[in-house]
Unconditional design. Structure first.
Length: 244
């Protein structure tokens, strides 16, 4: 349901429109963003170049030689009026996850700070289906919520210079998986055996805004086997379609 004063349709330069649906990070708001993006893709509006969903808005890049701001804003309003979030179908991705201490350098500290055991931290992390709010920071980096309340800790005071690719991380109300080696300030509690970004694939990002992700614990030996299988192209993730 829309709150008073929303949505806001704003120009972003002379070739993009921002459709702001709210001013808060909320799963219902994110669902509307994703539903609008889906509706725009289905409408195949001539001149629309790219759609970029974020936590609370949709950025629409368009060709100014084919459309002007009034054209694309009017089309966005029409589509917003007709979207039905409840009717959407989405992907539930079953993501193997290993919380072995070698792959989880911050797990013991997270357990200490939350007054839980490492096993309880792992159990809580895998107890919910996470919503992919958006991709950002790195190619294919999924911001996923909502992390169970007991696990919500701030970022590290001093970020790491190098975070290994495929590391599972947590910070505040979010969890994520680093697609590539990079600096990072989130707490590392495990790893997944599959690459989240591959420029040779179409699409190159494994996850997309609106997906659901369920982390399913595997032991280290199984994790190593899966990593080898994914690298060889001999394994696939289990993905099912579910109602929004």
């Amino acid at each position: 349901m829309e709150r008073s004063g929303w949505p806001r349709l704003l120009p972003q330069g002379d070739a993009a429109l921002v459709v702001e649906l709210d001013d808060r990070i909320d799963r219902a708001v994110s669902e509307r963003v994703t539903a609008l993006a889906d509706a725009m893709r289905r409408a195949a509006v001539p001149g629309v170049v790219e759609l970029v969903p974020t936590f609370r808005s949709l950025l629409v890049h368009y060709d100014p030689l084919m459309l002007d701001f009034a054209d694309i804003a009017g089309r966005a309003r029409e589509l917003l009026a007709g979207i039905a979030v409840a009717e959407r179908r989405l992907r539930l991705v079953h993501m193997p996850a290993c919380y072995d201490e070698e792959l989880a350098p911050d797990l013991a500290e997270v357990a200490e700070r939350t007054k839980l055991t490492p096993a309880e931290v792992v159990g809580l992390h895998g107890s919910v289906d996470y919503h992919v709010y958006m991709l950002g920071f790195l190619p294919g980096y999924p911001y996923m919520g909502d992390l169970p309340e007991p696990l919500r800790l701030p970022r590290l005071t001093t970020p790491r210079v190098r975070v290994p690719p495929r590391s599972i991380a947590i910070a505040n109300a979010m969890t994520a998986v680093y697609p590539l080696e990079s600096p990072g300030g989130w707490r590392l509690i495990g790893a997944v055996p599959i690459d989240l970004f591959d420029i040779g694939q179409e699409p190159p990002a494994l996850l997309a805004p609106g997906d659901r992700v369920r982390f399913e614990r595997v032991e280290r030996a199984r994790f190593d086997d899966l990593r080898a299988a994914f690298m060889a192209g001999a394994a696939k993730l289990a993905v099912e379609e579910v109602a929004a």
